[in-house]
Design a protein around this ligand. Structure first.
Ligand code: SIN
Length: 485
């Protein structure tokens, strides 16, 4: 790793990688990945990419309308228009780079349905769309000699310095620092602030903390999406998702009595937007006094199910459930953050030269609740927009970052046990699907105390400490906002 780069991209998910490959070879780009380069929320995305790729029975207006309805009309309309008008071109570009989406017998792209979509418009690679996209984008990035990807590089903090940024990091457990003239935060979600989430272990909200600590505007942190149908296994933090596409292909949602119940809550039944279905499950669990819920797709053939959902059927089998004959136990869990680092239409934060894209950014496209499969589209469109905006500044000539003499102090006490568990328990109790106002007030106070302790105590700058600080910051931002609702 060199000491100085034109562009630092934090995160190797779809937003970060797609942004990186927009730069020509005159721009040196460093992509930092907290663990292996393939570990990201993007890689876990099952459903697909929603995009209007045919206009026979679909249109941009219909996709915009579905996005606004799902978002409760709290969306930023120009950002939604950019997403939906520009997205299909990005999807075609990644297909030209080798990303394979499933096709039918007629060789045409096969489109699936998910909650809130009025048309079949979601292209997918079986039930592993994100992995396919990340793998191919990585292959593409690896062809670019100007892009360096460093793994096991956990950033402890980012500071604004003259002409850019200094990032202090733990790289293969060694403290070091790099300088960059521009920085794009693409660090993904915050799921690890909850006891149960679909997000990987890396999703501790680091990018949001860095932006917040530098004074950037953070917005709508309390807009959190809970996916209605994660595999129900209380023994694991990372919950295996049963894609909404399973309901898109006809699965029924059943309560403890093995009865369909969505008709009591919404006329769109199992394919209502996610917030509606998750809320219905919680209300139904209060009505029946049971947390047992199931997906039933046994009316489809085994051949279809095992071909269309290979990863889901295998993961269920490993958990003792054959989806062709058994009911799949499900329950909601944390899945996505609609809010985050506030950015404009070109992914610029309120700090000069600092950009954000993907889940850590708040573009406003999702409003109060993200429409299924709009997130990978957002990562492409706003990752590209960030890169193009940075390129404009680079082309116009810019003062590059100065390497200031710097000596970090990383010594201190070990992180006390149990702080991260305490934060997760607070969040799970206070702000899960339906907020609990008393627990929000009480939890907010406890989280602020933990954050203060982490900031003022003299702790060693370890990965655990850095991630605990991110989790406490994120939890504090969510609960502060939740207290105002
Ligand atoms: C899913 O497959 O249900 C998740 C896709 C998404 O989060 O949009």
């Amino acid at each position: 790793m060199k000491k100085k780069y034109d562009v630092l991209i934090v995160g190797s998910g779809i937003a970060g990688l797609y942004a990186a490959i927009q730069f020509d070879k005159s721009v040196n780009v460093l992509v930092l990945s907290k663990q292996a380069r393939t570990v990201s929320s993007s890689s876990l995305a099952q459903g697909g990419v929603a995009a209007v790729l045919q206009h026979e029975d679909d249109s941009f207006d219909l996709h915009i309308q579905d996005t606004l309805i799902a978002g409760g009309y709290k969306n930023d309309v120009p950002a939604v228009e950019a997403l939906i008008h520009e997205g299909p071109e990005d999807v075609r570009k990644i297909m030209a780079m080798g990303v394979q989406f499933d096709k039918g017998a007629d060789k045409k792209l096969s489109m699936t349905l998910e909650g809130g979509h009025s048309r079949r418009r979601i292209v997918h690679h079986k039930d592993q769309t994100g992995k396919e996209m990340v793998d191919k984008l990585l292959k593409e990035a690896e062809k670019h000699p100007n892009i360096e990807i460093e793994e096991n590089a956990l950033i402890c903090s980012i500071t604004w310095v003259k002409g850019g940024f200094r990032a202090e990091l733990l790289h293969d457990d060694e403290h070091t620092c790099v300088y960059a003239s521009f920085c794009l935060l693409a660090t993904g979600g915050i799921g690890r602030v909850y006891r149960y989430t679909t997000n990987p272990a890396t999703a501790t909200g680091d990018g949001i903390r860095f932006a917040y600590e530098m004074g950037a505007k953070i917005k709508n942190m309390s807009l959190i999406q809970f996916h209605p149908t994660a595999f129900n296994s209380p023994h694991s933090r990372e919950q295996f998702l049963i894609s909404e596409a399973v309901r898109g292909e006809g699965a029924y949602l059943l309560n403890n009595n093995k009865e369909r119940f969505m008709d009591k809550y919404d006329e769109r039944l199992e394919l209502a937007p996610r917030d509606v279905v998750s809320r219905a499950i919680i209300l139904e669990s209060r009505r029946t006094g049971s947390n047992n819920f199931y997906l039933d797709i046994t009316h489809k053939s085994r051949a279809f199910l095992y071909d269309r959902f290979p990863a889901i059927s295998t993961a269920c089998l490993e958990r003792g459930v054959d989806i062709a004959v058994d009911l799949i136990p499900v329950f909601p869990c944390q899945h996505y953050l609609m809010g985050g680092i506030d950015v404009d239409i070109n992914s610029r934060t309120t700090i000069p030269r600092l950009y954000a894209a993907g889940e850590c950014a708040h573009t406003g496209v999702h409003g109060g609740n993200r429409l299924a499969s709009n997130s990978l589209l957002e990562a492409l469109v706003f990752g590209r927009r960030a890169a193009l905006d940075i390129k404009k500044s680079l082309d116009a000539g810019f003062a590059s970052v100065s390497l200031e003499p710097f000596e970090g102090d990383y010594s201190g006490a070990p992180l006390p046990e149990g702080l991260r568990t305490a934060i997760r328990d607070i969040m799970q109790r206070a702000y899960f699907v339906i907020a609990n106002p008393a627990a929000v007030t009480q939890g907010s106070k406890r989280v602020e105390d933990i954050l203060k302790r982490l900031k003022t105590g003299h702790f060693a700058m370890t990965a655990d400490y850095c991630e605990a600080k991110s989790l406490a910051t994120v939890a504090a931002l969510i609960l502060r906002e939740a207290e105002e609702i």
